[in-house]
Ligand binder design. Structure first.
Ligand code: NDP
Ligand code: MG
Ligand code: MG
Length: 340
């Protein structure tokens, strides 16, 4: 089995006395900046004026422009949206990098697909938490952590691995476990996971189940509870103890249905399509499409987003959630839905 490292395996001295610039203060940025600061590291946040800037000031962190934060720092973690990174890197980060600095990412996309080509005299590595930024922050505050992957792309100093591990410890990831990967593996598995299983696969499965019930004449409210709301309870059981633990908690009728019907929904055909999706990721075809979509100002992304937000399951869901005040509001205002 691959070696998983924990707090006791990692020396953080290599990062002490160094200045860490966290560029961006969104989902990941606020979590890294606050966790590192509370772990005793010297943190500056790099931003443009706006919503994130105001929030960072409110949280009491040292905020400067991206150029100034980069110039002041030894370690520069880029936590901007992936599609914005190449432009901001060229304009404000690259001119302020010094030999011996560390350039850090939380996802390998821009390095792996050559959208950012770093100079030879810096360390380049990634520390990628395997969870949303708001959980990286919340679990840290509770004394726990979200596991992370790390990978070294370029080791100019000879210490890139140690610095990466110290960084992972600083954000609390080594409380949960840190394991080594490569930029290629992190990028390809991350994209595949979010497309085929975690996000794309799950939303498509939920919608197909909901539509099947509603089209058969069942009440949309009942279909919503069955296909979306209850999923969280099932996922909590999976998270705590795998498939066996989830199956232990459900009725034997549900478990028998799981065994006989699950493979009818996700079958060899589905798996063949997953392989196609993986191939598009590996060949760069997916990356190219996403890069071009952004260059064209996201015509398809915006059109699909609008129609998805108006899907019947979303309309019904909004009404039902409003009646369940114990359900938390979305954590990220950016991701709150505007319905047109
Ligand atoms: P967000 O979209 O949540 O945050 C982006 C931040 O960048 C905001 O603070 C935004 O500030 C700032 N920003 C955007 N454009 C600029 C600009 N031109 N100049 C300065 N600041 C700018 O990003 P995420 O946290 O989701 O993603 C960051 C990285 O982390 C990505 O590489 C992603 O793949 C990776 N990652 C993300 C995960 C997640 O949980 N979301 C999980 C694991 C990895 P403003 O308010 O001004 O727009
Ligand atoms: Mg991702
Ligand atoms: Mg049931």
């Amino acid at each position: 089995m691959v070696k998983v490292l924990y707090n006791g395996d990692i020396q953080e001295e290599v990062l002490q006395g160094k200045k860490i610039a966290v560029i961006g203060y969104g989902s990941q940025g606020h979590a890294h900046a606050l966790n590192l600061k509370e772990s005793g590291f010297d943190v500056v946040v790099g931003l443009r004026g706006g919503k994130s800037w105001d929030k960072a000031v409110e949280d009491g962190v040292d905020v400067r422009s991206v150029a100034e934060a980069t110039a002041a720092a030894d370690v520069v973690m880029i936590l901007l949206p992936d599609e914005m990174q190449p432009k901001v890197y060229e304009e404000s980060i690259k001119p302020n990098l010094e030999a011996g600095n560390s350039l850090v990412f939380a996802h390998g996309f821009n390095i792996h697909f050559s959208q950012i080509v770093p100079p030879a005299d810096v360390d380049v590595f990634l520390v990628a938490p395997k969870g949303p930024g708001h959980l990286v922050r919340r679990t840290y505050s509770e004394g726990a952590g979200v596991p992370a992957l790390y990978a070294v792309y370029q080791d100019h100093s000879g210490q890139a691995r140690e610095v990466a591990l110290a960084y992972a410890k600083g954000i609390g990831a080594a409380r949960a476990g840190v394991l080594e990967t490569t930029f290629q593996e992190e990028t390809e598995t991350d994209l595949f996971g979010e497309q085929a299983v975690l996000c794309g696969g799950t939303t498509a499965l939920i919608k197909a189940g909901f539509e099947t019930l509603v089209e058969a004449g069942y009440q949309p409210e009942v279909a919503y509870f069955e296909c979306l709301h209850e999923l969280k309870l099932i996922v909590d059981l999976l998270y705590e103890g795998g498939l066996e633990n989830m199956r232990y908690s459900i009725s034997d009728t549900a478990q028998w249905g799981d065994f006989v019907s699950g493979p009818r929904v996700v079958n060899e055909d589905t798996k063949a399509r997953m392989k196609d999706i993986l191939k598009d990721i590996q060949t760069g075809a997916f990356a190219k499409g996403w890069i071009l979509e952004n260059q064209a100002n996201r015509p398809q992304f915006n059109a699909i987003n609008r129609s998805e937000n108006n899907h019947q399951i979303e309309v019904v869901g909004r009404e039902l959630r409003a009646l369940m005040p114990f359900i938390k509001k979305p954590v990220n205002a950016k991701k709150e839905v505007v319905v047109h």
